[in-house]
Design a protein around this ligand. Structure first.
Ligand SMILES: [Mn+2]
Length: 321
């Protein structure tokens, strides 16, 4: 396993054919956008390529290319936006997990699992890494490719609001707009539009929101019953996890979600100086400094106690409590 440069990664991709592209489970805009941007770029190079992905949120499906779901035995497997092999969907992990030749990612906590890894932790999104890769490879930036990359870049930066947005991110976005991306329409569809089911779910989530640790931590528990009652799935409610951190004075916003199998999962969003990845690392999870996740087991009360205690330790470390 080794880390390679953009040029080396492009050389490696150029030598492949019959390629399968995978992204992480519970795909977000960067996972979906990166996947289909790479799909179109490799198709442009005349290669046979296919994608496998499940549970794509409805609002992100406009970049999904239906023809990408063909069914040939891949000779090569490439992942995008996957920080760790365990973040692959179980069915793909079992079939292809040990066969990944190239992993293209931007997570600082990337745990190498592929033969070769192209990881740029200064990039705001895997889509930003791909933009650089395509520039080196001389890929024509079609409106289709630019739209996929824009989806990745805009969603991973909260529409260019988060601290991971750099001057280079904005220059990349500018190049995508010059390639014809309809950013206004995409932003309304992805960031401003909610289904009636989502609004109902959000009401229930807000009712479940509680402050703790002297108002410096907020916790929200989302249960399968809440999803059932609102008629919505977790895949279509990813944005809700930003809610706890929105409260003024909160440094650690925690969303504990009951999974269909009964296991509880925590998503932690933090504010400077609190490190969400360190909170989640206590439970074997990971992510970014201000957004991370982990598994907490099947006991709800124990899960809540554990994650709040971990948040308390990080708040104390930062002298906030
Ligand atoms: Mn990403």
């Amino acid at each position: 396993m080794s880390c390679i440069t953009h040029a080396e990664a492009w050389k490696r991709l150029s030598a492949m054919n019959d390629i399968l592209i995978l992204a992480h489970a519970k795909p977000d805009g960067d996972a979906v956008g990166s996947m289909f941007a790479l799909y179109h770029a490799l198709r442009q190079c005349g290669k046979r390529v296919r994608c496998e992905i499940v549970d794509v949120p409805a609002a992100l499906r406009f970049v999904v290319a239906p023809e990408a779901f063909s069914d040939f035995e891949p000779a090569h497997v490439v992942t995008v936006d996957v920080a760790d092999q365990k973040l692959l969907n179980d069915c793909f992990k079992n079939t292809y997990g040990s066969r990944v030749e190239l992993s293209i990612d931007h997570h600082g906590v990337h745990t190498a699992f592929a033969e070769e890894t192209l990881v740029d932790p200064t990039a705001a999104a895997a889509s930003e890494v791909l933009f650089d890769l395509f520039t080196i490879g001389g890929v024509a930036l079609t409106k289709e490719i630019a739209t996929c990359l824009y989806l990745g870049l805009s969603t991973d930066t909260g529409c260019f609001r988060f601290a991971n947005t750099t001057a280079k991110t904005l220059r990349t976005a500018a190049a995508l707009l010059e390639a014809g991306v309809d950013n206004g329409a995409i932003n309304i569809e992805v960031f401003e539009t909610k289904t009636p089911q989502y609004i109902n779910f959000e009401k229930a989530a807000m009712n479940a929101l509680r402050l703790c640790l002297g108002g410096k931590c907020a916790v929200m528990v989302l249960t399968q019953q809440m999803y059932r009652e609102a008629g919505i799935t977790e895949a279509d409610t990813q944005g809700i996890k930003g809610l706890p951190r929105m409260i003024a004075g909160v440094y650690a916003g925690i969303t504990v979600t009951e999974q269909p199998g009964g296991v509880y999962h925590a998503s932690v969003r933090s504010k400077e100086p609190v490190n969400a990845a360190e909170i989640c690392a206590e439970f074997g999870g990971g992510g970014h400094k201000y957004a991370a996740g982990c598994e907490l087991g099947r006991d709800k009360e124990e899960a809540l106690r554990g994650i709040v205690a971990a948040a308390e330790r990080q708040l104390a470390k930062a002298n906030l409590i």
